[in-house]
Design a protein around this ligand. Sequence first.
Ligand code: OOG
Ligand code: MG
Length: 255
Amino acid sequence: MSRLDTIAERLDSAAAKASAVAQLSTGADAITLDEAYEIQARSIARRLLRGEALVGIKMGFTSRAKMVQMGVADLIWGRLTDAMMLEDGGEASMEDYVHPRIEPEIAFRLSRPLSGNVSLPEAISAVDAVAPAMELIDSRYRDFKFSLEDVVADNCSSSGFVIGAWSKPPADIANLGMVMRFDGRPVEIGSSAGILGNPWRSLVAAARLAGRYGFQLAPGQIVLAGAATAAQPLKAGLHVALETEGLGRVDLKVK
Ligand code: OOG
Ligand code: MG
């Protein structure tokens, strides 16, 4: 097996078994960013071979809050599969994750293909619906610590996501209030403006960055725009809810 395949297998198996591994960057496995995206592609290919289907991509570090929380300042993207999808109002089990966190996001659903350098109006016209969403991230690295290359290889900590009801894109989504609550208590309060000043910009970046690595966004696929605020650690028994102005709410229970 090649070096990149070996790392891809290690990260895929860490995700499948919910067991943490050492960072690549601090050990003998330092990689370049291009190699990191190749490892990500190969580790997700293993999931597809097991029968999972690709349903879209996620953007990461589109907000200052996240860059500051994680100490990484470049936009990243990862792949989403159907097995990561959690039901709105459904349950996530702590047993399936190493040290899960949750963060408030916005989801786009595409009705047209999108790839490469697209304008803001082109990106907007490729979307038929927008929804409130939460991403469940779970780094496979010990202590949730990583470099840019480490996190990209680990599919950008992507582990789960829950999407609320889809609606026709509102005329303006640049400054929607977002409140994430744990058992009714607000734990993160923000605005969609936290996402690159306007979440539509995240979609433009998604088309460009994924396109650079040969990934074409297809009709029916989903793009998670990235968290508007920092992420919060989950624990068993919590009821998590996100309310987004104009888009409604999305819920998840943790057991
Ligand atoms: C990396 C993923 C970042 C976001 O929304 O900014 C991300 C991480 O924080 O573990 O998903
Ligand atoms: Mg995220």
